[in-house]
Write a protein that binds this ligand. Structure first.
Ligand SMILES: *Cc1c(COP(=O)(O)O)cnc(C)c1O
Length: 388
């Protein structure tokens, strides 16, 4: 049996994999098992912040792996404390809870909201408003938070206490706040899986004010938008608001599983020993990887991300067969005349990896992709979008 057959026989059928086996990589260049090269515009779904096998990241991770790989949260470890300090100093948040994934980072945010509301307003203030077309994860609770029926239907009953607001509809948000006993509003600054749709500044700021007026928490799910992806360390920084809770994961540790939930000052004493926890969360190897990534997410790099983003918007905005380009930084959705799946396949054929978000083509290149690689890949993508 070849590898693909073994995979299909033994792996649970949750993924419709592309017919491609990636064997190795170097930055934004990936290599399949036959040695064919691909320019990577997906970064393992916004995870490989500096691409494949980034040398500084490899050095940091292997050094930590050969020192101490894990010890549990029963003890102090240096990488975990250092990373938490870096995250707090660079965001102005006060505390961090570490987990292993985006869904878990959101679970912690949801628990924080309910715990805070129960203490301040009463246990009945448990409702969390999320947005229609959102995506917050695959656990039963984060599925409930996800405002898309398609994800819910086979798994009910889900966790109670979520209501959904149309994105960018301030009046609808006000009505939901008035109607329900709410703990929080949770949103992605750019809806990623929903089609790479940024929220408006007006909506985000109105949500901030509503949360202030009703003592509700404003939670930003920055699992995909975080860690430099949109051209700032976290995307909220471009909306001129300060969230109470920020969850992040994907690109944080540059290719290792690490989730983080950042809590603002008024929440710094919220969690007490035993109220939440994780066996793997804050694992030293993952944290060493994240320190290597975070320490290089500089203002200069953010300017580079914005310049590359501008280039992509310019090139594709006017391209034949492209209906619209949306997104922020290096998180971009392209609505095309042709079916997105057809474009993904055509690009793959030509040695460029792009992915989909709903009916759009989605780009999430490594932040350090070279202009030469990007120019080449965008030319291939433009040709694939073109109507015949
Ligand atoms: C990917 C994603 C998640 C889920 O992250 P996992 O690591 O797969 O659990 C949650 N929220 C957003 C916005 C995401 O993009």
């Amino acid at each position: 049996m070849d590898m693909k057959q073994i995979d299909q026989q033994y792996i649970a059928g949750t993924y419709a994999r592309f017919p491609l086996q990636i064997a190795s990589g170097n930055g934004a260049l990936l290599c399949d098992e036959q040695g064919k090269e691909y320019i990577d515009l997906a970064s393992g779904i916004a995870v490989n912040t500096f691409g494949a096998s980034d040398p500084l990241w490899v050095e940091a991770v292997t050094r930590q792996a050969s020192t101490l790989q894990h010890i549990s949260n029963l003890y102090y470890t240096e990488p975990c404390a250092t990373l938490a300090q870096m995250l707090c100093e660079r965001t102005g948040m006060s505390k961090v809870f570490f987990s292993n994934s985006g869904a878990e980072a959101n679970e912690c945010a949801i628990k924080a909201a309910r715990l805070y509301a129960a203490g301040k307003k009463g246990k009945e203030y448990a409702t969390i408003i999320t947005l229609q077309n959102s995506f917050h994860g695959r656990t039963i609770t984060t599925l409930a938070a996800t405002g898309q029926d398609g994800f819910h239907k086979d798994f009910t009953p889900l966790t109670e206490g979520f209501v959904y607001c149309p994105a960018n509809d301030v009046e609808a948000l006000k009505a939901l706040v008035a109607e329900h006993k709410c703990a929080a509003v949770m949103m992605e600054p750019v809806q990623g899986e929903g089609g790479v749709v940024p929220l408006t500044k007006e909506f985000v700021q109105a949500a901030r004010k509503l949360c202030d007026d009703n003592d509700m928490l404003l939670i930003f799910d920055e699992v995909q938008t975080g860690n430099g992806r949109t051209g700032s360390l976290y995307a909220y920084m471009q909306f001129d608001v300060t969230p109470d809770v920020v969850s992040t994961a994907k690109g944080l540790a540059g290719g290792l599983p690490l989730g983080a939930t950042l809590l603002c000052e008024k929440l710094q004493d919220l969690f007490t020993p035993g109220s939440h926890g994780s066996t793997f969360g804050g694992n030293p190897v993952c944290c060493a990887g994240a320190i290597s990534i975070l320490s290089r997410l500089t203002d200069e790099l953010m300017e580079e991300v914005k310049a590359k983003s501008h280039y992509i918007f310019e090139e594709l905005g006017s391209a034949d067969g492209v209906k619209s380009v949306t997104g922020m930084g290096l998180m971009i959705g392209i609505e095309t005349v042709k079916e997105a799946g057809e474009i993904v396949s055509a690009c793959m054929e030509q040695g460029v990896l792009v992915i989909k978000a709903k009916t759009k083509v989605r780009l999430l290149p490594p932040l350090n992709i070279t202009m030469e690689q990007l120019t080449k890949a965008i030319a291939v993508l433009k040709a694939a979008c073109k109507e015949n």
